[in-house]
Design a protein around this ligand. Sequence first.
Ligand code: EAX
Length: 308
Amino acid sequence: EDIVYPLTIKVGYSTGETDPRGVALAQFKEDVEEGTDHNVLIEIHPEGELGSDGELIAGLISGDVDVTVSSAGNYALYATRLGVSALPFLFEDFESAWKFIDSDEIQAVGGDLEEYNMHILAYFDNGFRCVTTTEKVGPVLDAKDMDGLNIRTPDNQIVMETMSELGATPRSYPFAELVDALKDGTFDAQENPIPVIYNSKLYEVQKYLSVTNHSYDTMPLTIRSDLWMGISDEYKTVIEDAAQKAQDYNRSLVKKQSEDCVEKLKEEGMIVNYPDLTPFRKATAGVSKVFEDVFGEDLLNYVKEATK
Ligand code: EAX
């Protein structure tokens, strides 16, 4: 793609500007514009203005979107191996999750997106996904409380399979419309990391938070490859450096908010419980087997080794 400067790069994502991805992207914008003397401008569209997570990712292929950041499992619709990091209960903490994501093996898996016109600039964090429920259905105190739960999930096969193996009835639905869907009773539950629950005010429509941490949610920051290849080497370096800096900032924000926001959610009226996760781990031990052809033996062996 022949580029005429000043170049405007359109960035879209599904949550609000206070979400750690929104805050990190604001810094990314500043660093790229300053570092290129305003020859590369970053135009940011939050709240699903450019479409849902699925539409944003499809926009990189059609050229309607230049950059997006979304859960790895949402990209797995194209490059299925990217869903591997979302397998249930893989990591005990953020540091081990980041070590796994930043490993050569998992960075190589990210390369699968190149054939879909997507180039990964960095791996933001969304956090560890937890279950929230309405007053009507009550809290998830034990794995058996997941039985038959009418729960919303992203369009993410690994997360949906995990919910199904816990006995719930998962349905995917666009995040930007989730609050309304929870308000009108379309769903009784949803699952998202604590920072998302807080920053997107899900506490206004969900009474209970059960800290299941059932799936780690890394978020590749991607640029469409045909645009990326046309950008000068000098500006590529500026963009790469800004993306890495934004990644580190985003990760520290998500970790901190995952710790701090539980108290804030209680202050907003949520009732928080920490269920015994042993029955949840047992019930979801078969998820990786469902996708073993997709992930392949080598990658699954690497995952077992890297996460034991
Ligand atoms: O964080 O759709 C979802 O649940 C995703 O987690 C979304 O990016 C909001």
